[in-house]
Write a protein that binds this ligand. Structure first.
Ligand code: PLP
Length: 501
């Protein structure tokens, strides 16, 4: 008797079809069952004990029955970040489109490889065509195109590597012969993947020169000009300027147009990190925030964020797609070639790569641009409600004026020592995550729990809400602010000047 379970693989001659179908049905039932009442579980369950995790991690000698495994997977689901909960509003992660879940299952079953055309004959052709259309929506013009990568960090790395290669003709020679240090300019509020890219490119993380921001977390143009001049005086060699469209903590947008003009004037590569805010290409009301992206040489855009595609799903788009062939490509001679279509593994930081294009394509087809516009409209309506709730309470403070569906704020009652605010906001975060009726004997009411994240912003702890989840409603926010009021009544000294108890 074989040591292999009957369903170890899907037999291509159909011999185990019934057993595989039963297993997949069981799995689908489990997923739908658990996700259909995700609102009754905490948005962020407490972590499991290390002892249990170690028990799970042990590698067995003999096959463990599928039933037993699915029972364990149910525990994994119950202990996982629960982004489907309407109160999970702490990060740029949300419930995924159903079609992207299906897309992931399908590509996993097909197990094609984006490394080369022969290893993914459909997806290697579909990806560049969809990328061209996204690039067109950012106004990048007729020569534009792009590739998909696993996340915005890799997208930024690839864009900046191409920028460096173009500027220093570095594909073959590298940068070791340079006598002046290559540097690029990013907002002080930019994502940390900028420093990571500089570090991985061998420039050192200090090569990502931080530009001061205004009260709204947007690049200060005067400081950008000053830093450019300073870098030249210090004998450094600038090669790129990066604008952010949707900063990670406050969702603000840099002055893209002006930054692009400065890049052009100084003959520097212009990259726009629209990992988050890029989704506004689908919003007739708000796409004007992206005006200026047409000047970009490259753009990072993550459909895994505001387009609700399962992780990972990120893109890096180039105004001139051929630049990748001239300034990035490393040929893979062990792969077949195709005159019309590129082996994408030669053009991206990754080699073997998951065909993320299917779930993106399926989501775009199923939801359509009008569907995305509608979701974004809902997100903005909730944001407006959120802001007005904050503004009607003198003890709440906004970190910046939101431009997207991110609201960064904190509890800052007058009269409470500033040094205590970090702790106070941490306590509030904890309080909001706990079930509303935790002291009662009945089942805890997880439906009203809310997860807000607690980022450090300008050296202080703030609370962050990302109003992404299409099931987060006006009622969710009403309940959230009612609980904030209760917390303030119970925890903040009544003599705090502006708190009316
Ligand atoms: C503006 C911005 N850029 C880049 C990234 C990095 O994306 P990823 O986490 O997919 O690598 C993020 C992540 O939140 C981001 O907010």
């Amino acid at each position: 008797m074989s040591l292999l379970p009957n369903t170890a693989f899907i037999d291509p001659t159909g011999k185990n079809r019934a057993a595989v179908e039963a297993l997949l049905h069981q799995t689908v039932r489990l997923v739908v069952e658990e996700l259909s009442h995700a609102n009754t579980r905490s948005p962020l369950p407490a972590p499991l004990s290390t002892a249990i995790l170690k028990q799970w991690a042990a590698i067995p000698e003999r096959s463990v029955a599928a039933d037993v495994l699915l029972a364990q997977v149910r525990s994994h689901i119950l202990q996982s970040m629960n982004a489907a909960h309407p109160g999970y509003i702490g990060h740029m992660d949300s419930i995924p489109t159903t079609m992207s879940v299906i897309g992931d299952l399908l590509v996993a079953a097909l197990n094609n490889n984006m490394l080369s055309v022969e290893m993914s004959p459909v997806f290697s052709r579909l990806e560049p065509l969809v990328m061209q259309q996204l690039a067109a929506k950012f106004g990048l013009g007729a020569q534009a195109g792009g590739v998909m990568v696993s996340g915005g960090t890799l997208a930024n790395l690839q864009a900046l590597t191409v920028a460096r290669n173009v500027h220093f003709d570095a594909v073959e020679k590298g940068i070791v012969g340079l006598t002046r240090q290559p540097v690029f300019f990013v907002s002080a509020a930019a994502h940390t993947s900028m420093q990571k890219a500089a570090m991985m490119m061998g420039l050192g993380s200090q090569a990502a020169i931080a530009i001061r921001t205004n009260a709204n977390s947007q690049v200060n143009i005067e400081d950008l000009k000053d830093q450019l001049a300073k870098a030249r005086r210090a004998n450094q060699q600038p090669f790129a300027i990066v604008a952010t469209a949707g900063t990670t903590v406050t969702g603000n947008v840099d002055p893209i147009e002006e930054m692009g003009a400065i890049a052009r004037q100084h003959n520097l590569w212009f990259h726009v990190d629209a990992a988050y805010g890029g989704a506004l290409i689908f919003s007739p009301e708000h796409r004007h925030l992206l005006t200026g992206t047409r000047q970009a040489d490259s753009i990072t855009f993550n459909p895994q964020k505001w387009l609700y595609v399962t992780k990972t799903c990120a893109t890096v788009l180039f105004k001139n797609f051929d630049v990748l062939k001239q300034h990035f490509r490393i040929l893979a001679p062990y792969m077949g070639d195709d005159e019309q279509w590129s082996n994408l593994g030669e053009l991206t930081v990754q080699g073997t790569r998951h065909p993320d294009i299917l779930k993106l394509w399926l989501s775009l087809q199923h939801i359509g641009t009008a569907g995305y516009a509608e979701i974004i409209r809902h997100n903005y309506a909730l944001t407006a409600q959120f802001i007005s709730q904050i503004q009607s309470r003198s003890w709440l403070q906004l970190a910046s004026q939101p431009q997207m569906n991110l609201v960064c704020f904190r509890l800052a009652p007058h009269g409470v020592d500033r040094a205590c605010l970090n702790d106070l906001n941490k306590q509030l975060q904890h309080y909001l995550l706990s079930p509303a009726n935790q002291e009662s004997e009945q089942m805890p009411d997880q439906a009203s729990s809310v997860f807000l994240s607690l980022p450090i912003y300008r050296g202080q702890r703030w609370l962050k809400a990302v109003l992404l989840n299409p099931y987060t409603s006006s009622d969710t926010l009403e309940r959230l602010f009612a609980r904030i009021d209760t917390f303030v009544r119970e925890q903040v000294p009544a003599d705090s000047a502006s708190v009316t108890h």
